[in-house]
Design a protein around this ligand. Structure first.
Ligand code: BES
Ligand code: ZN
Length: 461
């Protein structure tokens, strides 16, 4: 069948919407989808069992799966075993990353202990010295000031925490206290480790203002800043890669499809929806597709250390040759696809533009009865693929549930219907490309600029 234009003739871009708000592929597309296409979809859809996905989540979300921990490794082994049992060639791809463990912090000033926080990446150190108020900590503030051996008291604002710490350290300060310019204690980061930092801690606006007032009256305040046990530890996480080579050797295209999810979770959260749900949907699609005839290579990849900065997916994309990158026609990332308390399924691309993945999936959504909208968002493993020039999209329910990144992200909040719906759409879209009778996709032509579509209402801004 012609997949280059036909399905999209039926899809009108309903309206141009502001960036960040999902744009709509028309729900009331006029041309009915071909029966033949639906029959192909059914080959996949009929086999998808929500119970299987639910059971995977039950297993994976028994405990948090923080990158680098034994729990993450247990998840990796579970996932790999499942892929192997469906007949896939699998690979566990290890990679190292630096994990930061927050220090113990205390601040006393004028004999009083104040409520404080560390800044991520502050060095350890215990410093007792007089406090000196150094304004906003800009170069112009500290210029000519005698901060030698002193603790600099700095107000939040205008420049980054990192710049404040570096400026004060350069002017001789032995430690830095930054106080808030809004209620509460700052929970901030210095971005990365740096040998030029001195111990840096945060105070509330109230406490900081009080100290500033006392200092402005000319009084001396002796303070102790104590930062201990902060550590940067090299740890190992893993990606799980399962590959299905084309079954149709003679008719095989050289194209590759990637279906992704992340198996790690944040500390303290069982991550039933984030993202055991995406892993479960990937496993179920892998099971269903395992014995189908295909002419396109399909790679199911579950990533480690997503929550620590998409580390696993960057690692995976880095490991691809340019030739492989060129052959990947699309990357489907499923992240948070099973919450009963979240909104509708949407597709997010990094640049907010539609692409091969959103086009194929929007068409699949129309056929399976769930028209999809799309919008702009990064924040998941589709980002490194996008940056490598590979069409990619994040499939997620929007708005997200209130349990996101909390201990309440647990199995009881999982909806089998939501899982089923997502797996059907992604399964139908992927199989549309991978089944033997579909001509090879030419990325650029399949995902034209809006002006290339046959019928357009509005456009994308
Ligand atoms: N599943 C989330 C991504 C997400 C959450 C996207 C809510 C859109 C709405 C993901 O696991 C996550 O938490 N990502 C991090 C960013 C990452 C670069 C560390 C985030 O959004 O804080
Ligand atoms: Zn996630």
């Amino acid at each position: 069948m012609v997949i280059r234009r036909k399905p999209f003739a039926a899809l009108l871009i309903a309206a141009s919407l502001a960036v960040g708000v999902p744009a709509a592929y028309a729900k009331d597309a006029p041309a009915p989808p071909a029966q033949a296409q639906k029959a192909f979809d059914n080959k996949i859809i009929k086999k998808i069992k929500a119970d299987n996905m639910y059971n995977h989540i039950a297993h994976l979300a028994a405990e948090p799966r923080v990158a680098g921990t034994e729990a993450e490794w247990n998840a990796v082994q579970y996932i790999e075993e499942k892929f192997t049992s469906y007949g896939y060639e699998t690979e566990i791809q290890p990679f190292k990353f630096e994990n930061y463990y927050a220090p113990k912090v205390s601040v006393t000033a004028g004999g009083e202990t104040l409520s404080s926080n560390s800044f991520t990446y502050t060095p350890n150190g215990v410093v007792t010295a007089d406090l000196v108020y150094a304004g906003l900590g800009r170069v112009s503030d500290v210029e000519g000031m005698d901060l030698n051996g002193k603790i600099a008291l700095i107000q939040r604002g205008e420049i980054s925490f990192t710049e404040k710490v570096l400026n004060a350290a350069k002017a001789g300060a032995s430690a830095v206290i930054i106080f808030n310019n809004a209620p509460g204690v700052i929970n901030g980061t210095l971005g990365e480790a740096n040998d030029d930092y001195v111990p840096a801690v945060a105070l509330s606006q109230d406490d900081g203002e009080k100290l500033k007032t006392v200092l402005s009256e000319g009084q001396t305040i002796s303070a102790t800043v104590s930062v201990t046990d902060g550590r940067i530890v090299e740890e190992t996480s893993h990606n799980v890669i399962a590959v299905k080579k084309p079954t149709q050797k003679k008719k095989a295209t050289d194209q590759i499809i990637v279906v992704g999810a992340h198996h790690d979770s944040v500390d303290g959260a069982p991550g039933a929806n984030d993202d055991a749900s995406g892993v479960a949907a990937s496993l179920e699609l892998a099971r269903v597709i395992a014995n189908m005839p295909t002419d396109t290579e399909i790679r199911f990849v579950t990533f480690g250390a997503e929550e620590l900065g998409l580390i696993g997916s960057y690692e995976y994309v880095d490991s691809l040759s340019q030739n492989e990158r060129d052959r990947i026609v699309g990357m489907w990332q499923m992240d948070m696809v099973g919450s009963r308390d979240a909104g509708e399924l949407v597709m997010f691309t990094v640049d907010g533009e539609k692409n091969t993945v959103t086009d194929l999936s929007a068409a699949a959504g129309v056929r399976t009865g769930t028209p999809l909208t799309y919008g702009q968002e990064g924040r998941s493993d589709h980002v490194p693929f996008y940056e490598a020039g590979i069409p990619s999209a994040l499939f997620i329910h929007n708005p997200v549930e209130p349990w996101y990144h909390t201990p309440e992200d647990s199995l009881d909040k999982i909806s089998k219907e939501k899982l089923q719906e997502t797996a059907e759409i992604v399964g139908a879209a992927v199989y549309h490309v991978a089944r033997p009778d579909t001509p090879a996709l030419e990325r650029a032509r399949v995902a034209p600029k809006p002006v290339d579509y046959e019928k357009i209402v509005g456009g994308i801004q």
